[in-house]
Ligand binder design. Structure first.
Ligand code: SF4
Length: 475
């Protein structure tokens, strides 16, 4: 799959001597959720200090510094910017020192009313130091009002869009999810302490035991007095991002109560049922297509084999300045295994197609390696609509399925056949109620009042525009 960029990962530990070190290792398990910057803020009961840097965790945070920090509470963040540019000023956790003291915030998601709130603050003389949407939360918290807890509830009720948050004060660690539950956030127990993590694979990393997910609309506060839960919203419509299960989360995580690996195997089996084809071998585009390819193979009784070998030493492609360099790096990243594909009818499973250019290069490698036929099977429906909740394919013209029919995409990819999983097929693989998921980038069924909210977003195109483009190509 191509250039969908993950958004952010959160990890926090309360009540461990080596909390900072644990957060450091926990973040490594969440590196796939953000590669642009990383940071850790830690507290000792009186003060908070924060360390941040650009790039991967190995570049951004130095192990000797981590080792020397003995604060018993810490929160960490890995970031890919979905709102605000990529620079150290926007790296998180965001630490501020205001009249109520110090507070650090780490945010996963995207606020759809950030620009509106920011404009209002600026009109009233506030000065912003970053371009990140997270900073409006800080400004809302700094507005004078009643007790601290009420301030937080009031603040959260003014936010729209997707937000899972970790908030650190000198004495408390607080985990929050937005009322729709767009982004995941899990709670774990570690000896006498507590852990928050965007995905449960990070809990495993530090030996924490999974307790439960933070619920949509819930504030979970951890302090020396233990754990306290309260709800700031009683909205009943949930909208957890189905794409977390399809693509973003690691297969060894439980997300929204689902095993990601088993969910993806079910997607593959459903795909085999919906789009069978005579072939000699099933292969996957690693790593994203692996689980679904196993499911497809089991259901179709066509053997699974490795068709691509991945070069783990090639860095990120999207930061390279020129298209030809990016193309070269895509080729460096994967090589086709001739022994598997030469002279064979090959079914290749990928987890999605966004722009199509990366998929075309990859399928081209199979052809070069001698594949007789290439049958592409995609384990989710075509992406036709933008995401406003923190996934980076919202720019105009980026979605190949918005501008082309499936047959046109097949010809563009130069493959013998191409099928996507249906929306119904994808939703049938969940064990939770289907109405508790967001699938708007496939269906345009946005769970929030997006027409009102997106007028506040830059560089986005409207639902009507997407609909119009879509009708042009499907007529
Ligand atoms: S629009 Fe798509 S990517 Fe965005 S939250 Fe909904 S399901 Fe997830």
């Amino acid at each position: 799959m191509g250039y969908i960029k993950e958004y952010c990962g959160l990890f926090g530990v309360f009540g461990c001597e080596d909390a900072v070190e644990k957060v450091y290792y926990g973040l490594y398990s969440l590196q796939h959720r953000g590669e642009e910057s990383a940071g850790i803020a830690s507290a000792n009961g009186k003060d908070i200090i924060c360390h941040k840097g650009m790039g991967l965790i190995s570049d951004a945070l130095k192990p000797h510094m981590i080792k020397s920090l003995k604060n018993p509470v810490a929160i960490g963040h890995v970031r890919y910017s979905t709102f605000g540019s990529s620079n150290i000023g926007n790296a998180q956790p965001m630490l501020v020192d205001y009249y109520k003291g110090k507070v650090a915030i780490a945010h996963n998601g995207q606020l759809t009313n950030a620009k509106k709130l920011r404009d209002e603050f600026e009109e009233n003389g506030s000065i912003f130091h970053t371009t990140s949407d997270t900073e409006v939360i800080v400004h809302l918290m700094a507005k004078p009002s009643g007790s601290k807890q009420n301030v937080l509830s009031d603040v959260l009720n003014q936010l729209r869009g997707a937000f899972s948050l970790l908030i650190l004060t000198p004495t408390e660690m607080i985990g929050v999810r937005d009322p729709y539950g767009f982004r995941p956030l899990s709670l774990g127990k570690l000896n006498d302490g507590y852990v928050f993590a965007s995905e449960t694979c990070a809990l495993d990393q530090v030996g924490a035991e999974f307790i439960r997910d933070v619920q949509p609309g819930e504030i979970v506060t951890v302090s020396k007095d233990g754990l306290r839960s309260e709800f700031y919203s009683h909205q009943k419509r949930y909208a957890s991002c189905i794409f977390e299960l399809v693509y973003f989360s690691r297969p060894d995580s439980m997300v929204y109560g689902e095993s990601v690996h088993l969910f993806r195997k079910k997607l593959g089996a459903k795909l085999a049922e919906e789009s069978p084809v005579d072939a000699d071998v099933v292969i996957s585009v690693p790593e994203g297509g692996n689980s679904a390819a196993i499911g497809y193979s089991h259901a179709s009784l066509i053997p699974f084999d490795r068709g691509f070998i991945r070069n783990h030493y090639v860095g990120r492609t999207f930061i390279l300045p020129q298209q030809d360099m990016r193309h070269r790096f895509v080729e460096l990243k994967l090589n086709a295994l001739k022994e598997t594909v030469a002279g064979k009818r090959v079914i290749v499973i990928d987890d999605s197609i966004v722009r199509g250019t990366t998929s075309k290069s990859r399928f081209g490698l199979l052809r070069k390696a001698g594949a007789k036929e290439i049958h592409a099977r995609i384990s989710c429906p075509p992406h036709r609509y933008p995401c406003y909740y923190g996934i980076d394919f919202q720019q105009k013209g980026e979605l190949i399925a918005t501008g082309k029919t499936v047959e046109e995409i097949r010809r563009f990819l130069n493959v013998e056949s191409l099928s996507y999983l249906s929306v119904e097929g994808m939703m049938s693989c969940t064990t939770q109620p289907k109405q508790s998921y967001c699938n708007a980038c496939f269906t345009s069924d946005y769970p929030t009042n997006i027409n009102e909210e997106i007028s506040n977003l830059t560089d986005s195109f409207s639902v009507e525009e997407a609909e119009k483009l879509n009708q042009c190509v499907t007529k």
